[in-house]
Structure formats: C-alpha cells, structure tokens
Design a protein around this ligand. Structure first.
Ligand SMILES: C[C@H]1O[C@H](OP(=O)(O)OP(=O)(O)OC[C@H]2O[C@@H](n3cnc4c(=O)[nH]c(N)nc43)[C@H](O)[C@@H]2O)[C@@H](O)[C@@H](O)C1=O
Length: 325
C-alpha cells in the first residue's frame, strides 16, 4: 500500500486529495497545524481513513520530523498562506511559510529518503506581469505581490533540487481553483454564498471589487487529480493546471446569480476597499503540457462548478435559517 503525506490536508485542496488517495487505497497521513483531535469539517468523508500529525510551516523541525516519522512514498506539499492581498501585510512570514517551508521539505527529502516523490503546489501568481497570455511552463515570471515572489522561490527550489540532486520533484502551477470548501474571502465563494443569501432573503446586497478583472477558474477536484497524475509519471516535471479559459469577475457573478434566477445588477455594488490594482497581463493558463504529457484535463465545467457551489450554499444557508428559528 502506497503511503502519502499531505501538508494542508484540512484545506480545500488537501481534503479533495485525501478523498482521491483514500479511494485509490493509499495510506494517507496529513500534516495539520491545529490539534489533530479537533473536528475538521472538510475531512468528514475520510476522517476514519486518514491519520493526522502535527506540524507548522514556520517550524522547520516539525516538518523534518513529519517526513522522518511518516516516510511517505509521495509528499504533496499544499499547505501555505493563500490570500494574495494578505501577503502585503507580512511579506517576511509569507516568504518563510511558502519559500522557507518548501526548501525545508525538499532538503528533508534529500536527507531522509531521496526516493520520496514530491509535488509542490505553486501558483499562477508566479507569472504576474508576464507580458504574454495564456501562460505556460516557459512564460516569463514577474510576480506582482509578495505571495507570488514566495511561490516563485518555491517553484525555483523544486527546479534546482530536481536538476542538481535528481529529486523526483514537481511544481503544480495552479490557476484559481474553487469549490464549496473554499473560504468566502475568495471571490467565487463570496459570490455564491452572497447569491444564496440574497435568494433566501438573508441579505439584499453584495459588495465586490473590480468587476472586469480576469481569472482562469477550475474545480479544486480537477487540480488535485493533476497533482496525483504528475507523481505517477515516469519523469518529474512542472505543469500548468488550468481550464485555459479567461473569464471576468462579471462573468462569474452573472453565472452565479443565474443559478438562483436573479439579476446581479439589482444587488451587487462596488466597494473600493475590495478593488485591486488592474493587471496588465490576464492570468489565463495554457494546460497543453499537462494534457499532452499526463492526459490531464479539467473535467468539471465552470458552469457546473458554480452551480455546485451555489447549491451547496443554498443548502447551508437554509440549514442555518432552520437552526436559528
Ligand atoms: C492562483 C491564485 O488564486 C487565488 O488568488 P486570487 O486570484 O487573488 O483570488 P480571489 O478569489 O481573492 O480574487 C480573484 C479576483 O477577483 C477579484 N475580486 C473582485 N471583487 C472581489 C472581492 O470582493 N473579493 C475578492 N477576494 N476578490 C475580488 C480580485 O481582484 C481578483 O482579480 C488564491 O487561491 C491564491 O492563493 C492563488 O494562488
């Protein structure tokens, strides 16, 4: 039985990956920052089938210990701070938690067991003002925020540890990926939750930022399947995981409000507090390499994903309303 260690198992991506690996009969161990005995709602489907160990991205010894104790065949490094604007508030700990932790894990693999296959979740934020769109694995990288700089350092560490030491290490350059497990400070969940609340009379307005910003959204389930596929290939490599389609915030809002049969124009207002500096290069991914080398493609369409999220939020809001009656 293959054994996998997932950092960030309690997050959106970690929980979907845990479900995938459990279904494939892996022994799954997850690294969590909090008390492993605490309830982690995202892991309800697999809680009896995964083991949790404690570790903190800012505590290198805890990361090394996890590798040494678990001795996984495959390491999926997904844990990281993820909200891009927050990286401006504390660039130093952003670098430590993303670039520092990735270096620590790769060095630990080298020292403890260099046969461990490693997948590191990086990000489309490494491209920033790339000057070309869509972006592929060879596009220029000019990140625009400390988060992207830190992810680019992590991506670079994967590449040099692979080239210099021959580690089986892969960087998954993931564009935006979503689900009903996404926290609602990210746009898609904020919109689907807002549309559900408005539909059920729990709110009447939704404040957003830039309506014309472009993103390439796909489902988190698809992205984590790509991570697994990368580690099953004969050779390690880097892959863009994306739908390949750019959509605006307005497209997303329209799709979500259509699910509940409302016109977003009656409810959405722009709050400058949520507006970010416009991007010169639209972040849209070119997943050709993942498709040609791994046979990967996004299976859930954008519309299906948004519908799934809105329906989950309608159910959750209705449950909350029933509980507070
Ligand atoms: C690939 C990358 O993907 C994610 O980062 P993100 O793209 O910053 O995600 P988001 O959902 O916060 O913003 C998406 C877009 O939506 C615009 N937008 C408009 N109005 C609101 C608004 O009200 N809230 C938010 N959050 N965004 C808004 C906002 O300006 C931006 O253009 C993370 O997973 C990150 O970890 C990662 O790696």
């Amino acid at each position: 039985m293959a054994r996998a260690l997932i950092t960030g198992i309690g997050g959106q991506d970690g929980s979907y990956l845990a479900e995938l690996l459990v279904a494939k009969h892996y022994e799954v161990v997850g690294l969590v920052r909090r008390d492993p005995d605490e309830d982690i709602p995202t892991l309800r489907e697999v809680e009896d089938r995964v083991e949790l160990v404690r570790g903190d991205l800012l505590d290198p010894a805890s990361l090394r210990r996890a590798i040494a104790d678990v001795r996984p065949d495959e390491l999926y490094h997904l844990a990281a701070p993820t909200f891009v604007p927050a990286s401006w508030e504390d660039p130093t700990s952003t670098m430590a938690a993303i670039a520092g932790a990735t270096s620590t894990l790769l060095a630990a693999v080298l020292e403890i067991d260099r046969s461990i296959k490693v997948h590191v979740a990086t990000s489309s934020e490494i491209f920033g003002d790339a000057g070309e769109s869509p972006q592929n694995e060879h596009s220029p990288c000019r990140p625009r925020a400390p988060y992207g700089v830190a992810k680019l350092a992590a991506h670079g560490m994967v590449r040099v540890m692979r080239a210099h030491h021959g580690l089986f290490a892969c960087s998954g350059i993931t564009f935006n990926h979503e689900s009903a497990r996404r926290p609602d400070h990210f746009l898609p969940r904020k919109v689907t939750r807002g549309a559900a609340a408005i539909k059920l009379g729990q709110a009447d307005a939704l404040e957003l930022g830039s309506m014309d910003a472009v993103r390439d959204w796909c489902h988190a389930r698809d992205v984590v399947r790509g991570a697994w596929m990368a580690l099953q290939h004969d050779e390690p490599g880097d892959y863009v995981f994306a739908s390949g389609i750019g959509r605006t915030v307005e497209d997303l809002v329209t799709t979500a409000f259509n699910v509940v049969g409302l016109d977003w124009r009656d409810h959405v207002t722009v709050n400058p507090a949520f507006v970010r500096a416009p991007e010169a290069t639209p972040p849209v991914g070119d997943p050709t390499r993942a498709r040609e080398v791994l046979g990967w493609e996004a299976e859930t369409s954008f519309e299906e994903m948004i519908r799934e999220m809105v329906e989950a939020d309608l159910a959750e809001t209705a449950q909350y309303m029933a509980g507070s009656e």
